[in-house]
Design a protein around this ligand. Structure first.
Ligand code: SF4
Length: 174
């Protein structure tokens, strides 16, 4: 845990990525009560962190969130994680990225695939959603991805496509 950009809360980001990580672990625990013992170890780095990481043999690192910054070496290679954090004044709300579930899921899974052999993942976003945390933890710590559990996959997709259909119809009849 490093330091955070907003002056009123430099030591923790309330409601941001750390809380989202905790919720993702609660989700995993509901499916796998011993998940902490069964998952592979990962190092989760959030905020601006100085100094070397205490990275053990075989551990992967998740650099989580747009505010995260770090510079150092991993496996003898120089790694620089640049912060891309923007204050609310710097964000143009008319140009926010799509929050579409399928688009976000596809992007996240592609990122997990691209980095499957890397020792670290740099996940941008402010905050990173619980669902994305589940994807990234699943990939990095080799836990079965509960986002694709058959009990939820069908109802979630039915609800998603109903939402899309209703939005489409509302354009004409709303
Ligand atoms: S990226 Fe944003 S939400 Fe996540 S820890 Fe940093 S400031 Fe908080």
């Amino acid at each position: 845990m490093g330091t955070f950009p907003e002056a009123h809360s430099a030591d923790y980001c309330w409601g941001g990525c750390p809380g989202s990580l905790q919720e993702a672990m609660h989700v995993f625990r509901a499916f796998y009560p011993n998940v902490e013992k069964e998952m592979e170890k990962i190092l989760y780095v959030v905020g601006r962190v100085e100094g070397p990481l205490d990275l053990k043999e075989g551990e992967k690192v998740i650099f989580a969130g747009g505010c995260t910054g770090w510079k150092g070496t991993i496996d003898g290679k120089d790694v620089t994680i640049e912060s891309s954090y923007k204050t609310t004044r710097e964000v143009d709300e008319k140009k926010t990225k799509s929050n579409d579930m399928l688009l976000k899921t596809t992007k996240t899974l592609l990122s997990c695939m691209r980095n499957r052999n890397s020792r670290y993942l740099h996940v941008k976003g402010c905050p990173i959603s619980v669902a994305d945390h589940v994807h990234y933890l699943s990939a990095a710590a080799k836990i079965k991805n509960v986002n694709f559990d058959h009990r939820y996959l069908i109802p979630v997709n039915i609800a998603y496509w109903q939402m899309r259909a209703n939005r489409f119809l509302n354009r004409f009849f709303g």
